[in-house]
Design a protein around this ligand. Structure first.
Ligand SMILES: C[S@@+](CC[C@H](N)C(=O)[O-])C[C@H]1O[C@@H](n2cnc3c(N)ncnc32)[C@H](O)[C@@H]1O
Length: 217
């Protein structure tokens, strides 16, 4: 484990259940804590991001959108496969600044929208596959976001969520209201998706997650 990671974990441990830290885990913005959040996300989410992209079975012709790009771990993997423009939606200016510095592949387009309304940039029924890793917890009200997913997905289009419910169970409820797998699945079903879920264990605490797949009927 490198020195930066040790420092980030120590600061995170001190502030773990505070609203301020959870706010920064949702969308980094406070100087210092934004760095802590980015460093921890890089360490914790790399393996899971690669695993989820493999499960998505992206085709060269797929139009893919990722919500909550963060450090770009998953979108870089998708860009190795899809020949189309890949849309990344990232509300945090701090993350967007970082993504700009990363020299991402040319077919990645980063939008600064709040994902609850993408109507100025993403047309109806234009997306084959949608991905959101460690994001669903924070979306409020969740129904509004899921209806937007439904608008942009093609019929038969598929959404994928990666969720670490165990790691976020003590997150501040105001910032992270969606911590219950069954409630999320039921909302997706009620709004017109066929849903399945699977617990994935890649062998370490940081790489255990719930994979939720939802297909537009
Ligand atoms: C916990 S981070 C996860 C980042 C990355 N997916 C990962 O797993 O490492 C949550 C991400 O979602 C973004 N985000 C949160 N709410 C959003 C919203 N309403 N619209 C767009 N992006 C959002 C945050 O800025 C942040 O990048």
């Amino acid at each position: 484990m490198n020195f930066k990671l040790i420092v980030a974990r120590w600061i995170h441990k001190l502030l773990i259940h505070t609203e301020l830290m959870t706010e920064n885990m949702r969308a980094p913005k406070t100087i210092g804590l934004a760095w802590v959040a980015r460093t921890l996300m890089n360490y914790s989410n790399a393996q899971v991001s690669i695993d989820i992209v493999n499960r998505m079975k992206v085709k060269k012709t797929d139009h893919v959108l990722e919500l909550g790009v963060g450090n770009g771990l998953a979108i870089k993997e998708i860009a190795k496969i899809s020949g189309n423009n890949i849309i990344g939606v990232e509300i945090s200016a701090e993350f967007r600044r970082n993504l700009l510095k990363m020299n991402l592949p040319k077919n990645i387009v980063i939008l600064d929208n709040d994902a609850k309304d993408l109507s100025n940039k993403v047309s109806d029924e234009s997306i084959d596959k949608l991905l959101a890793i460690n994001v669903i917890y924070f979306l409020k009200p969740i129904e509004q976001y899921i209806l937007e997913f439904k608008r942009i997905l093609k019929k038969g289009g598929i959404g994928y969520l990666g969720c670490k419910f165990e790691s976020i169970k003590n997150f501040d409820i105001e910032v992270a209201p969606n911590k219950d797998e069954r409630a999320i699945i039921s909302t997706l079903s009620n709004l017109g998706f066929n849903v399945s879920s699977e617990f994935v264990d890649l062998g370490e605490d940081r790489s255990r997650y719930t994979f939720i797949r939802f297909e537009k009927k």
